[in-house]
Design a protein around this ligand. Structure first.
Ligand SMILES: O=C(O)C(=O)C[C@]1(C(=O)O)C=C[C@@H](O)C=C1
Length: 288
């Protein structure tokens, strides 16, 4: 990709929170590449169509972004290089002139519908809820569906002509943040420097898979974490799809560096060796 500008993929269209998070990190120093789904962002990174991507990971009201963790289960999924935390204030948008009592359906990304569940139950108990690929895709869709409203950011009211804001700040808690990951295909892709000084690396993400079909006496998660012997600041799990046994999981352990001055990268590598000695697969998915 010599000579091509650094390009960053995000869940589009323009106006999504992913777009805003990407812009917060990379500004106008890079090119942008809109994707229709989060999975497409991962694919664009893996196929090297882009040098980096921004992926939503977790929301402070609704929790884990499932599509992201399902993608992180796959091989060669990319490498997490940073995080961006974005304040999320959802609005309810309609086509100009539409009254609240005329709204029959509400469209948005499932995360946004989940973050506004209390508001929707109270104010629109009879409206049908429609999952869309993103909040801005929902805003675009209501241009041609006048009986529907969209949950999205305020920015969409300026980006899409003919839409107006009916309500602002409709999420169930006023304080609402989404954390995004910055991903590249491999650890060695050079990232443009951030506008503010980057903190030194203090996080890591390791995928842990105990395969009962390969290691019948695979240890339980508490023994795996004991072997890891590092601070685990969060633990997510998704089903192991390729196991002949039901209810076997893949774990994602987010690690946090303690006070030690030793190299963080080698501390994580050593911890993974201890886990592998138990017959458990350990894959490094990020350091940031
Ligand atoms: O639909 C968008 O605008 C997105 O960027 C996706 C997403 C998410 O998946 O969590 C990002 C932030 C908000 O939490 C709602 C939706």
């Amino acid at each position: 990709m010599h000579g091509t500008p650094f390009t960053v993929a995000f869940l589009g269209p323009l106006g999504t929170y992913s777009h805003q998070a990407a812009y917060d990190r990379f500004g106008n120093t890079v090119g942008y590449y809109e994707c229709k789904t989060i999975t497409e962002v991962f694919n664009a990174i893996a196929s090297k169509a882009v040098q980096a991507g921004v992926i939503p990971q977790e929301n402070s009201i609704y929790g884990t972004v499932i599509e992201t963790y399902d993608a992180l289960r796959k091989q060669n999924v990319g490498f997490i290089r940073g995080e961006i935390v974005l304040k999320v204030q959802h609005c309810l948008l309609v086509r100009g002139g539409v009254k609240p009592e005329e709204i029959q359906c509400i469209k948005s990304h499932e995360q946004a519908l989940g973050q506004c569940r209390g508001f929707l139950t109270k104010n629109f108990p009879n409206a049908s809820l429609e999952k869309m690929a993103s909040t801005a895709a929902a805003a675009e869709a209501i241009l041609t569906s006048p009986k529907c409203a969209a949950i999205c950011s305020k920015l969409c009211a300026t980006l899409f002509n003919g839409l107006e804001i009916l309500y602002e700040g409709i999420q169930d808690q006023n304080s609402n943040f989404t954390r995004f990951h910055v991903l590249t295909a491999t650890q060695d892709v050079e990232l443009p420097p951030p506008a503010y000084p980057a903190p030194s690396q203090t996080h890591g993400l390791v995928r842990l898979t105990a395969r009962r079909d390969v290691t019948p006496r695979a240890p339980p998660i508490n023994q795996i974490l004991a072997a890891l012997d590092l601070t685990v600041s969060r633990l997510d799990r998704r089903p192991q799809l390729d196991s002949p046994f039901p209810f076997c999981d893949v774990y994602f352990a987010e690690l946090e560096k303690g006070d030690s001055s030793a190299s963080w990268h080698s501390a994580v590598e050593d911890a993974m060796k201890r886990v592998k000695a138990l017959g458990v697969e350990a894959e490094l998915l990020g350091l940031w």
